[in-house]
Ligand binder design. Structure first.
Ligand SMILES: [Fe+2]
Ligand SMILES: [Fe+2]
Length: 334
């Protein structure tokens, strides 16, 4: 998922009789499945948590362009280049819908950008891994976008209207992303032995980081319990990870590739696969800023922001000029 370990400020999930009348009415609306819209009353903690979650999600879409953008100039055919270009462009669009959704909660896009650039707000750990070969672009589409879909499909039912609506549009595009990744894997897996080995190597490197995308188990987490009560989180991290594994294992088999987990097996009793946990110490290292590409990703974003300053300033100056021109004849007539 693109927002990992979102804090809520909650120390415990309060029962209805511990809430103020406004909070109770708010919670009851959520329980009835109503959507909360921007101008309506909401508890401060709900607003703040959503800003954190949507902000992290938006940053992930934006930073997520970097590992794939890296291959646009080296895509093997013109068709693959056009497809990858469209996919990366979609991710920019996802970032923009989400920044807009966050803005309805009273935070500006500039503030969110500043929080990302200063390292105070995170993006998904997955984008701190390098894309070393063309097969990695297949693995990213198949596994990373696949994991994103797992998390984003339930978020279409999330309680905050603008977030839920952004998700509906995003999910349509994510399905295309996942299919394009799988299509690349299919070509590679059916190609020369070297190409097949490349596909296997990409799966080996992305399997663990993809499982980490769902975050560590949150069975005991008060933040997850609170987010679930607010319906801004719909499933637990473990549930989503299990679904992802169960969906992906047969796809790997169809490709003729091996999931890099010797403990992986079907468990008839639970109706799902048993599998090994990813390396959580690596996850926390990446989160702390020490993954293979953290510094590179952040500095690429900061550079893009600084290099684009003249353009943003130009846009503002132009819109001020247009507004002044519109106001001028009116002022003269008065
Ligand atoms: Fe996306
Ligand atoms: Fe995507």
């Amino acid at each position: 998922m693109y927002a990992q370990m979102v804090q809520t400020d909650a120390t415990h999930v309060r029962k209805l009789d511990e809430m103020s009348p406004e909070e109770r009415a708010f919670q009851e609306r959520i329980d009835r499945g109503e959507k909360i819209e921007p101008k309506e009353w909401m508890p401060d903690a709900y607003r703040k948590t959503l800003i954190r979650q949507i902000g992290q999600h938006a940053h992930s879409e934006i930073v997520g362009q970097l590992p794939e953008g890296n291959w646009i100039t080296r895509a093997p055919t013109l068709e693959r280049k056009a497809i990858l270009l469209a996919k990366v462009q979609d991710e920019a669009g996802h970032g923009l819908y989400l920044y807009c959704a966050a803005e309805t909660l009273g935070v500006s896009r500039d503030e969110l950008t500043e929080l990302l650039h200063s390292g105070k707000m995170k993006y998904s750990s997955i984008f701190n891994y390098p894309t070393l070969t063309w097969a990695d672009i297949g693995a990213v589409g198949w596994l990373v976008d696949g994991a994103a879909i797992m998390n984003q499909v339930p978020l279409q039912r999330t309680s905050y209207g603008p977030y839920a609506r952004a998700m509906i549009r995003i999910c349509k595009e994510e399905s295309f992303h996942q299919r394009q990744g799988y299509d690349i894997m299919m070509k590679m897996a059916q190609g020369t032995p070297e190409q097949k080995a490349m596909a296997q190597d990409a799966l080996n490197r992305f399997w663990g980081p993809a499982l980490m995308m769902f975050g560590p188990s949150d069975k005991e987490s008060v933040h997850s319990a609170q987010s679930m009560a607010w319906k801004i989180k719909i499933n637990s991290n473990d549930e989503l990870r299990q679904k992802f594994v169960d969906q992906t294992v047969p796809q790997a088999k169809y490709l003729g590739l091996t999931v890099p987990d010797e403990t992986l097996r079907w468990n008839e009793e639970k109706g799902g696969h048993d599998f090994a946990e990813p390396d959580w110490s690596e996850f926390f290292e990446v989160l702390a800023g020490n993954g293979p590409c953290n510094r590179e990703r952040l500095s690429a974003r900061v550079k893009a922001w600084e290099d684009g300053a003249w353009f943003r300033e130009g846009l503002v100056a132009h819109s001020e000029k247009v507004a002044a021109r519109r106001a001028a004849p009116r002022a003269a007539a008065e």
